[in-house]
Design a protein around this ligand. Sequence first.
Ligand code: KG4
Ligand code: ZN
Length: 330
Amino acid sequence: MRILGIETSCDETSAAVVDDGVKIISNIVASQTDIHKQFGGVVPEIASRRHVELILPTVQKALDEAGCTLKEIDCIGVINRPGLIGALIVGVAAAKTIAYAANLPLVAVHHLEAHICANWLVSSDIKFPLVCLVVSGGHSDLILMSDFGKYEILARTRDDAAGECFDKCARVMGLGYPGGPMIDKLAKEGNPHTIRFPRAKVGDSLDFSFSGLKTAVIRYMETASAQTSIPDVAASFQQAVVDVLVDHTFRAVEERGVGQVLLAGGVAANSGLQAAIKAKGQELGIAVNAPPPALCTDNAAMAAAAAFFAYGRGERAGLDLDSFASERIG
Ligand code: KG4
Ligand code: ZN
């Protein structure tokens, strides 16, 4: 089954052609980073307007690169929740229009489910039940997945998402937007043991809290001098985030007795996080899978993958499909 995926939930306009939910034929991501960079973050209204300009050329490019036309497409999958509402509306309107014009079935995809399903684009050896750590610009969730479409949220963030924390801390370190990849790069040159930033606990819960860490980095940078090593600050900050994410993930694994961990979302692209979680998995004999960086951040191939599994369980969307800024998974 050949699915055309469409994704416009934030600042990437993306379209992809994926076969049977696992094989990427094309995956075009038109990034708007250069436009938003000058504002230090995504400006929702500008993102929506840019999606309008980019969506049809991006879909055409995905079809061209796949060497097919809409005649060879069997279904359209679109992320309709959660995300920036004006941005989502553009992708959903495009998906509905193409589905209507080409008489194709339409499937609505949850943004986090798409991130999780990116793992099946790179691995066929994933076993349920599993614990998935979904860390992005808007979410830091631990999710127990017992099958496709069956989710139980084990933990969420009480305040900032991990990606939001990366982006804000990068800004005070003078690294610009988007901060996550910049911190990842600089941290490789720094010593993670230089500064002991806080690792917040929320009682006995598996929930996350990153606002205290963010404040600690802001306070630290207020007292920084010309001698302060930004790579050391970046490495120490990243280590604090990674320690908490790895610790909570394997506590969830133990509590639920599962043998498989998945990483998903933009922050899952972080090389320090991927290395630490894989090392811990190896130590404990738990299988760990993570998509490559380009499939961790927002892209339409993950939307097509999730749509394939949703189509298989009978999910269909009508032409009255709406977009939602926030909605829980499952
Ligand atoms: O999933 P995503 O592309 O968009 C959302 O759904 O939010 O995630 C974007 C987030 C941003 O906060 C970005 O800074 C972060 O993922 N990110 C990273 C890395 N690459 C992207 N954070 C840490 N290390 C990275 N290599
Ligand atoms: Zn995302």
